[in-house]
Design a protein around this ligand. Sequence first.
Ligand SMILES: Nc1ncnc2c1ncn2[C@@H]1O[C@H](COP(=O)(O)OP(=O)(O)OP(=O)(O)O)[C@@H](O)[C@H]1O
Length: 252
Amino acid sequence: MSTSLIVENLSKRFGSTLAIDQASFSVPKNSFVSIVGPSGCGKSTLLRIAAGLVRASGGRIKLRGQEVTGPIRDVGMVFQSPVLLPWRTTLGNILFVAEMGGLRAADYEGRARELMALAGLSGFEESRPFELSGGMQQRAAICRAMLLKPSLILMDEPFGALDVITRERMGFALQTLWEESRNTVLFVTHSITEAVLLSDIVVVMSPRPGRIHDIVEIDLPRSRTSATLRDPRFVAFAARVREGIEAGETEY
Ligand SMILES: Nc1ncnc2c1ncn2[C@@H]1O[C@H](COP(=O)(O)OP(=O)(O)OP(=O)(O)O)[C@@H](O)[C@H]1O
């Protein structure tokens, strides 16, 4: 499998704070990779460096063989807060990325409607964001990030603001969307269950300065369902990720 993104000996210093220390891992093309780790271990900073919004202090991130040195265009981003434009309809928000890219929105309307259907948003095409629940807004933001089939999607704790039950449903909705698009995804989460359920690979980071503590390949068959959560192999993967996080914590 070819590699889409390579993180090579990446370090980031903010003044006297070493946020990331010599992190290395790779993200295979068309795979779903999660980063888990305690608060402050540099997960968001790593995503910002991957998007070209922040410069590394040492090492590098390469996207399709090219070192990222400035903002990259061919990327979809999903943040904790869905940041939809309140005056636009939900469909209009999803199509906005096409317009921003100088493309004809009409050419993407069919795909936008398909993504909305997969995300359980059929019937809400003409609704404004304030008429949607938080989970629905975030599903719309994910559809928007996937619309143009970017070579990389970065997601920073996209379900962090949602309640536990909605969050679990969102995980399955994201899986459905991802299986349709097979975008390369780098996903940051605090949830071990979410990381193991969604990912091909889970990267476990230790507390600040963020170091890679473990890289766990999750070779559970897809599509994963709520039964997967009870599969002993799932439970063993989740335990290994938890051990990685806790082992890192005892170092401090
Ligand atoms: N612009 C900045 N200036 C100074 N320090 C920063 C800046 N951005 C991040 N940091 C510091 O770098 C460290 C890593 O921050 P980052 O937000 O990447 O962590 P995180 O793992 O995403 O945390 P959380 O899980 O709480 O979102 C923190 O100690 C933070 O205070």
